[in-house]
Design a protein. Structure first.
Length: 95
């Protein structure tokens, strides 16, 4: 049996934050998702990093209207068409 130490974690206060995508990849461990490592880019919590797993809604892509779709549109700063080819590498470094 392995013994594990409990670790605390830091929560962001409610509000709006500028986030930078540090790493991004498509994963399917619990259904189709993105694995996004995010960093707070400005303000009092600048530098805080965390991982989010937004739903992609489709095994082989990103379904329109999912959280992952919204993230692609926000990071690329454009409206996307349903047949767009998306690349997680295009998210890295974006705010």
């Amino acid at each position: 049996m392995a013994k594990l130490a409990a670790r605390g974690y830091e929560l962001l206060d409610p509000g709006r934050y500028v986030l930078e995508v540090v790493e991004a990849e498509a994963v399917n461990g619990y259904g189709p998702q993105l694995s996004l490592k995010l960093r707070v880019a400005e303000g009092e919590q600048e530098g805080l990093e965390f991982t989010d797993y937004p739903n992609r809604g489709a095994e082989d892509g990103v379904k329109v209207g999912t959280k992952a779709w919204d993230i692609f549109e926000a990071c690329l700063n454009q409206r996307l068409a349903a047949d767009e080819e998306l690349d997680t590498d295009d998210l890295i470094g974006k705010h």
